[in-house]
Design a protein around this ligand. Structure first.
Ligand SMILES: [Zn+2]
Length: 346
């Protein structure tokens, strides 16, 4: 049996802060709701969404400080104590991740109200949570609805949108890694999920010049692509279609660095290197990232070259069950350095 869980509603448009009530009613969500936001996302959209919710629901709120297990526990406790029926997460990465995992643990639905379009977690089933110092991706459930307000997302710095492109372009190497694992390890492979994921990547390559404008049209393109990526993962039942060696590289950097770059920025640079290892057209990938003004090398990421090489050599250890182009042994130091130099990353 293969279970595919998908969002029931995806709403993309302008001025949607007052549309949450309608969506919740259509989905027959109960009257006790918890809204999560961060300090900044509360100002950007959270408090207004909350104000509208209060007209028709019993609303509890929490300001989330980061994507950590402690924060997830704090939310879970509140769900239990106040008999919360559903959650809405208003924010970028961390808030959505905490909402996703806490709601999953308690078996209640959650609505994703993204304030940035920097990664496909806004629509996926996976939550990236920091626990005992390490960031891990935990399988949860996709949001029951995604409400993407283009005007809200546009207020985020352009850098986040460019990072979203990096997260999508990584689908190119993720799918290659998946095919490899299918052929060499007999892993389950879904052609439908792979095609959908590749479509997002091809779409950003085609629309790079529109995306770089950073206008509402750009936000729409990126959000749609990220949602398709998330849906591809839901169809596959794993993050395989959108997460391969380039993601392991990014996770390795997160582990090594106090202040890593954005997830999508690191994944984009990782994609250049992994595309080179796969024998793909890595120049075209680098070109697309350049066109949207996303980082393509260590300097632009603000990361010392030595960490890039180090991350490349340890990436295969991050998630040993995820077979990729890096194999079981990973890259030697020399090979890592060579790949990074040839592709101009260091
Ligand atoms: Zn990602």
């Amino acid at each position: 049996m293969h279970l595919m869980e998908l969002p029931r509603e995806v709403i993309l448009g302008e001025n949607l802060k007052d549309k949450v009530n309608e969506v919740a009613k259509r989905l027959k969500l109960s009257e006790r709701v918890l809204i999560l936001y961060g300090k900044r996302t509360k100002e950007i959209a959270g408090s207004e969404v909350e104000r509208h919710l209060r007209k028709e629901f019993i609303v509890y709120s929490l300001t989330i400080k980061g994507a950590t297990m402690d924060e997830v526990k704090r939310v879970v406790n509140l769900i239990e104590n106040e008999d919360i029926g559903w959650i809405i997460g208003v924010g970028g990465g961390s808030i959505i991740d905490v909402a996703k995992l806490a709601s999953f643990r308690k078996g209640i639905p959650f609505i994703s109200f993204p304030t940035t379009a920097s990664h496909d977690g806004i629509a996926s089933a996976n939550a990236s949570i920091k626990d005992l110092g390490a960031r891990t991706s935990i399988k949860a459930r996709p949001p029951i609805a995604i409400i993407a307000d283009v005007k809200v997302i546009k207020t985020a710095p352009y850098r986040f949108l460019a990072a979203g492109v990096g997260d999508m372009i990584s689908n190119l190497t993720a799918v290659k890694d998946w095919q490899l694992a299918h052929k060499l390890k007999g892993e389950y492979y879904s052609e439908y999920a792979a095609s959908l994921s590749l479509m997002s990547a091809k779409m950003v390559i085609k629309n790079a010049d529109i995306i770089r404008l950073g206008n509402e049209e750009s936000v729409r393109k990126v959000v749609k692509g990220l949602i398709s990526s998330g849906v591809a993962m839901s169809i596959a039942g794993s993050s395989r279609p959108a997460s391969g060696a380039e993601h392991l590289f990014s996770h390795a950097l997160d582990m090594l660095l106090e202040k890593p770059a954005l997830h999508g920025e690191q994944c984009g640079v990782g994609t250049i290197i992994m595309a080179y290892l796969h024998g793909l057209n890595w120049k075209k990938i680098r070109d697309t990232l350049k066109r949207v003004d996303a980082p393509t090398n260590a300097y632009e990421l603000g990361i010392e070259p030595e960490y890039i090489v180090e991350a490349l050599t340890i990436a295969h250890t991050i998630r040993p069950n995820r077979y990729t182009i890096l194999g079981k042994e990973g890259l030697t130091r020399e090979a890592a350095e060579k790949a990074a130099k040839i592709t101009g990353v260091i």
